[in-house]
Design a binder for this molecule. Structure first.
Ligand SMILES: NC(=O)c1ccc[n+]([C@@H]2O[C@H](COP(=O)([O-])OP(=O)(O)OC[C@H]3O[C@@H](n4cnc5c(N)ncnc54)[C@H](O)[C@@H]3O)[C@@H](O)[C@H]2O)c1
Length: 255
């Protein structure tokens, strides 16, 4: 393991750490010395990632957790102090305002918004005494109009706004809170989306989605992990209340 930053002895929570971006974040934090709790609805996927980390000499445990459930979040965070919280668990939804049902809206809200709130509430309370750092995973959908992402954009805009609010309210407690806004990152989230919505045309659509980033490809989960690692390190101690696009130029160069 090559350490870039030193997170030795820090206790980190990564929600949705069983797959994709969360998995890469958990690995990046653990590779740099953090003790990582991988919270995921899918316990077996969380266990696979924890095993991968411990096999490589790091420290990780898997914890089954539904971030949209208050009791589940309380149990998973277990009342012990934490240093790092990564709010990454999230789900997608395709639709515009006219064809998004109230049930779709509630489902996206419950996981992407209320789930992040419950973890923030618990996490901030566990960090208050000693300070800590939080990274919330937002999206380019919080910044620009993306077709057919009405409910999803709502949820990622809320992540962005909650980040500012928490950063402001807990300055005196030495809690830093930032968000990141990835464009498309090649994860099972994207593969699942293509399989469901474009069966038989996955390859063409993969290329089309790659081309929507001016840089010509999707992001890699490890690239997101590296940004989050930096934001959690002491080297980033002057950074709070900021959103970081990591998007191959999507927001600023798509003209
Ligand atoms: N992949 C992308 O292109 C992309 C781009 C921008 C933002 N994001 C965001 O990044 C985050 C992770 O995305 P990903 O692509 O790695 O997705 P993914 O589907 O590969 O992984 C998401 C993980 O969250 C878990 N999860 C889902 N609901 C949960 C719940 N209620 N409680 C606990 N865990 C739950 C899933 O089991 C899964 O392991 C999401 O918030 C997503 O919105 C992804």
């Amino acid at each position: 393991m090559n350490k870039i930053f030193d997170l030795s002895g820090k206790r980190a929570i990564v929600t949705g750490g069983g797959s994709g971006i969360g998995r890469a974040i958990a690995i990046a934090l653990a590779n740099n010395g953090a003790k990582v709790s991988i919270l995921d609805l899918d316990e077996s996927k969380a266990q696979e990632v924890a095993l991968e980390i411990t096999n490589a000499g790091g420290e990780a445990i898997a914890v089954k957790c539904d971030v949209s459930d208050e009791q589940s979040v309380k149990q998973a965070l277990d009342g012990r102090p934490i240093d790092i919280l990564i709010n990454n668990a999230g789900i997608a939804h395709i639709g515009n305002v006219s064809n998004t049902s109230p049930e779709d809206m509630d489902r996206i809200y419950n996981i992407n918004v209320k789930g992040a709130y419950l973890c923030l509430r618990e996490g901030v309370n566990l960090m208050k005494a000693k300070g800590g750092t939080i990274v919330n995973v937002s999206s380019i959908a919080a910044h620009v109009g993306i077709s057919d992402r009405f409910a999803y954009s709502m949820s990622k805009g809320a992540i962005h706004a909650m980040t500012l609010s928490v950063a402001r309210d807990f300055l005196a407690n030495n809690i830093r809170c930032n968000s990141i806004s990835p464009a498309r990152v090649h994860t099972p989230f994207v593969d699942g989306f293509l399989a469901k919505n474009y069966p038989g045309n996955e390859k063409e659509m993969f290329q089309a989605l790659s081309n929507t980033q001016p840089i010509g490809r999707m992001g890699k989960p490890a690239e997101i992990g590296a940004l989050v690692l930096y934001l959690c390190s002491d080297e980033a101690s002057f950074i709070t209340g900021t959103d970081f696009p990591i998007d191959g130029g999507f927001i600023t160069l798509n003209n």
